[in-house]
Design a protein around this ligand. Structure first.
Ligand code: MN
Length: 455
């Protein structure tokens, strides 16, 4: 064997066991106690072995509202690897008039020489024409088995809803899962105009400009559209009860609907917008009242939410502070490096999530939903040796200076967490050891994903 990791506690979605893990040719080949000798021996006494995190919602190298994000596929995936994330699925946005294939190729160009971890791509559809709908089957055959729709102005959703419904139906027919950003643009546009007329500018008014009901309304509409299109949907970054309630109800009726939440809605609340530089916390949808954080934790525990994903997009604080009107404020933040340790510390250590559920929501479920399982998402014989060695006792105060994203601020500056990755392996190669990045740029591969099947 190339590597044996000994004496660790292996945690999967279904199991916890003290056992050795043997790796050969980049895959797990042996699991059991007292495995034979190997070229490299790694002692994991007192540590957990988790399957590497699978973050299915990232914008690593991205342009929005005239700004280019500060990370590229090197810094973004180095941050991911340091935080125990070994696979991302990034959103490939088309240029105006571009084909699905064209947007995939453009994103591969950005990623291929830089990424240090494996990645997949979700094609985004911003122009739901018949030509694009006709291209969807080929995209899925090429291994891109999910599409993204935005129910907001940048996608002209309200104007083109009937066409977008055909996209959802076609995705179902060709074996893809449709990811949906659910916020109601009618309410958002109306409120933005009212706020501007009343002189309510800036981040302090942001949460009220995109209210919980705008999210709830859009989730209800998306679920109804998917029901009549007879297709599965995956609702990204849900933040509040108004969004979760229709998901819970649809799932109870057997509809194939999944929900994702995002770390910020578990760890932060809207009071943050009152801080100096409150723009640093700004995302679409906004942070909500503190009461909603518990709603999100309950949703995760009870399987009304299936995944946690970051929506990572690294900006500088200057970029974040450049918008004036509420609708011009730049959403998104760097989050890949802290997702696992924050969720472990706030979730597992505080008794909100079991160890198995933690692994399920950060690795196994996203891998299953997006056609990556069992290559990714578990530690099993035959799976890629994407493994995080995690020290549950390591106390860390989160500081921007220790982070690997090129963003110039840290969302959780000064937060104390217990538990941090000490080593990250990707396909059997140690790519991070004690915070030092060892993986070379461009070593990561584009993963061609399988067709969607319900879980
Ligand atoms: Mn996003």
């Amino acid at each position: 064997m190339d590597i044996v990791i000994r004496h660790g506690t292996v945690v999967t979605a279904g199991d916890i066991s003290q056992t050795d893990v043997g790796i050969e040719g980049g895959v797990v080949t042996h699991i059991g106690r007292g495995l034979g000798p190997s070229a490299r021996e790694i002692d994991a006494s007192g540590k957990y072995l988790f399957p590497g995190g699978v973050d299915v919602h990232t914008h690593v190298d991205f342009e929005l509202l005239g700004n280019r994000s500060v990370d590229d596929f090197y810094s973004g995936t180095a941050a991911a690897a340091c935080g125990g994330v070994t696979t991302i699925v990034d959103y490939a946005l088309p240029a105006p008039g571009q084909s699905i294939q064209g947007s995939i190729e453009a994103w591969q160009q950005k990623a291929k020489d830089k990424t240090i971890i494996d990645y997949g791509l979700h094609p985004v559809i911003l122009e739901p024409t018949q030509k694009i709908i006709d291209e969807m089957a080929e995209a899925v055959a090429d291994g891109h088995s999910s599409f993204k729709l935005f129910m907001i102005g940048m996608a002209r959703f309200d104007e083109l809803a009937a066409h977008y419904m055909k996209v959802i139906a076609q995705a179902g027919r060709v074996g893809a899962l449709t990811n949906i950003h659910a916020e109601d643009q009618c309410l958002i546009s109306y409120l933005a105009e009212q706020f501007a007329a009343a002189g309510k500018f800036g981040v302090r008014h942001f949460a009220d400009s995109r209210p919980r009901l705008s999210e709830g309304l859009a989730v209800q509409r998306a679920i109804a559209m998917a029901r009549y299109a007879e297709a599965p949907i995956y609702l990204v970054h849900l933040s509040c009860e108004e969004a979760l309630a229709p998901v819970r109800e649809a799932r109870a009726h057997g509809q194939i609907v999944y929900g994702e939440t995002r770390p910020i809605y578990l760890h932060l609340s809207r009071e943050r917008f009152e801080e100096p530089d409150g723009e640093r916390y700004l995302g679409w949808p906004p942070l909500r009242e503190a009461s909603q954080m518990q709603v999100m934790w309950d949703g995760l525990r009870c399987d009304n939410l299936q995944t946690v994903a970051t929506d990572h997009c690294g900006w500088s604080l200057t970029q974040k502070k450049s918008g004036k009107k509420v609708e011009d404020l730049l959403p998104g933040m760097s989050n890949l490096e802290t997702m696992l340790p924050m969720l472990y510390s706030e979730g597992v250590s505080k008794g909100r999530l079991s160890l198995n559920r933690f692994v399920e929501v950060i690795s196994t479920n996203p891998a299953k939903l997006f056609g990556l399982y069992p290559q990714k998402g578990t530690i099993a014989v035959g799976s890629d040796a994407d493994i995080v060695i995690f020290d549950p006792k390591k106390a860390v105060t989160i500081r921007h200076r220790d982070m690997h994203s090129r963003s110039d601020y840290e969302l959780y500056e000064g937060f104390d967490v217990t538990g941090w990755p000490t080593m990250t392996l990707s396909r059997g190669e140690v790519i991070v050891e004690n915070g030092k990045v060892l993986g070379s740029s461009g070593r990561g591969k584009l993963i061609r994903r399988k067709r969607f099947s319900p879980m």
